[in-house]
Ligand binder design. Structure first.
Ligand SMILES: C[S@@+](CC[C@H](N)C(=O)[O-])C[C@H]1O[C@@H](n2cnc3c(N)ncnc32)[C@H](O)[C@@H]1O
Length: 426
């Protein structure tokens, strides 16, 4: 169009467009179209302007002209997506969600206090949650977002000078080398290679010789714990759905899948779910690669699969990207070997394990135990009140060690007979 559009040059098509505007509305639309046309002459590469003008043409009864504008808007969107999917792009995450929820901290504390407790046998919890000075140096110069704002930590008065919001796991009692410290099941887990076994637990992927049947589909579980975690956590929204489009072996994708199923089934804002709200945010100084398909297309398709309306504000792109970043900051991954053969690769985001800080001279050791459940044991005697750290990187390799076969453990890692018995029961 060389000049501003003029009404009357062509006739409206009221056969295709059923709704006729009032005279006043028509005048307003014509003025708006002329203004749009002038703006487009100056800035022709703004997709939404073409779309807006196209919508006005539809309302005025010119669907053919509107189609041309809509097509130009589409071409511009495709072009900008090509730019946005460029592999050189990285995400500088701004984790801006406010998590001022003291109850999240309280819940995590209660979970630590209840872990491995068996009053009839006199077993008490070995771990507790407290503020840590470890991340202070890492946080220096950067204002960290508070997840547990307004919480007075009475137990850590001696650390009152610590302002950063970083937590760690501490010994709740004196523990001995080799002692079992924590058993942490999770909803957010995945294992590749598990399909080769006859039966594997649909929640934690452990080999399951005595399966419990879900009833609704052919899923089986290794224990009542996993059955509860699955059915009450995420299974209902994914049961019977076609998942063939999800790539096998892509761990982060499957962790996101479980996480989204969990928040949809719970019907809460993804970042408010207690298992997400507790996760530490990634420092904005550590950007991540961006992939249009992985970060946007797949999560939206997952939400659609679960029957969620992804146009709702709680599924905004910034929320989904934050969720993904939280997962990638807190997930663990390890290969499982049997007679030097890699038989499985497991990964997960575990609700209690995610509070352990890293040390190259760790006093604790983690093992995924051929499933997505994490077992933490003491590598040395640890005094009550000492921080329990683990090595995030499994330098020694994660060899296949069944808890039922203590001979497979490295020297110093043997579980006591009582611990083996406890693990079998859990
Ligand atoms: C899995 S979380 C560990 C728990 C975390 N401190 C919290 O408050 O939830 C991992 C994050 O903790 C911090 N962290 C863990 N070990 C650390 C260490 N040795 N020094 C500094 N920061 C550490 C880093 O911010 C890391 O991204």
């Amino acid at each position: 169009m060389a000049t501003a559009w003029e009404s009357g040059a062509t006739h409206p098509d009221w056969h295709t467009i059923k709704w006729k505007p009032s005279v006043a509305k028509r005048h307003a639309l014509i003025k708006a179209v002329q203004a749009d046309t002038n703006v487009l002459a100056r800035s022709p590469h703004v997709a939404h302007r073409w779309q807006t003008r196209g919508n006005r043409f539809v309302a005025l009864g010119y669907p053919d002209i509107a189609a041309g504008d809509a097509y130009k808007a589409t071409l511009l969107c495709v072009k900008s997506l090509e730019y946005l999917t460029s592999p050189s792009l990285i995400r500088r995450t701004q984790d801006t969600h406010q998590l001022a929820q003291p109850q999240i901290l309280e819940l995590a504390r209660e979970e630590f206090e209840a872990n491995l407790v068996d009053e009839s046998r006199g077993f008490t919890a070995a771990c507790k949650l407290s503020k840590t000075p470890l991340a202070r140096s890492a946080a220096r110069g950067e204002k960290r977002k508070s997840r547990f704002r307004d919480v007075e930590d009475a137990e850590t008065q001696d650390l009152s000078e610590i302002r950063e919001d970083s937590y760690g796991v501490y010994a709740a009692k004196d523990v001995q080398a080799g002692e079992l410290l924590l058993l942490d099941h999770t909803i957010i887990g995945y294992a590749s290679g598990a399909e080769e076994t006859i039966n594997h637990c649909a929640n934690c992927y452990a080999d399951t010789p005595h399966p419990l049947y879900a009833g609704c589909c052919d899923a089986v579980f290794c224990s009542g714990t996993c059955e509860n975690l699955s059915l009450n956590g995420y299974h209902k929204v994914m049961c019977g759905k076609d998942l063939s489009w999800l790539r096998k072996g892509d761990h982060l994708q499957w962790l996101m899948f479980r996480c989204l199923a969990m928040v949809v089934q719970a019907g809460v804002h993804p970042l408010d779910h207690p298992l997400v709200a507790r996760l530490t945010a990634r420092s904005s100084a550590c950007p991540e690669p961006f992939s249009f398909v992985e970060c946007i297309v797949k999560p939206l398709r997952m939400l659609d699969t679960f029957g969620a309306d992804f146009f709702q504000p709680q599924y905004d792109t910034s929320v989904l990207v934050t969720l993904q970043t939280r997962i990638s900051t807190n997930y663990w991954n390890c290969g499982v070997y049997k007679r030097n053969q890699r038989i499985r690769e497991c990964s997960g985001v575990n609700p209690l394990y995610s509070f352990f800080n890293h040390s190259c001279q760790a006093n604790g050791k983690w093992n995924s135990n051929n499933s997505t459940s994490i077992v933490v044991t003491a590598l040395e005697d640890i005094n009550k009140g000492e921080e329990i750290t683990i090595a995030y990187v499994a330098v020694q390799g994660m060899t296949y060690r069944s808890v039922a076969k203590p001979g497979n453990h490295r020297p110093g890692l043997q579980l006591g007979l009582g611990d083996q018995e406890r693990l079998r029961q859990l």
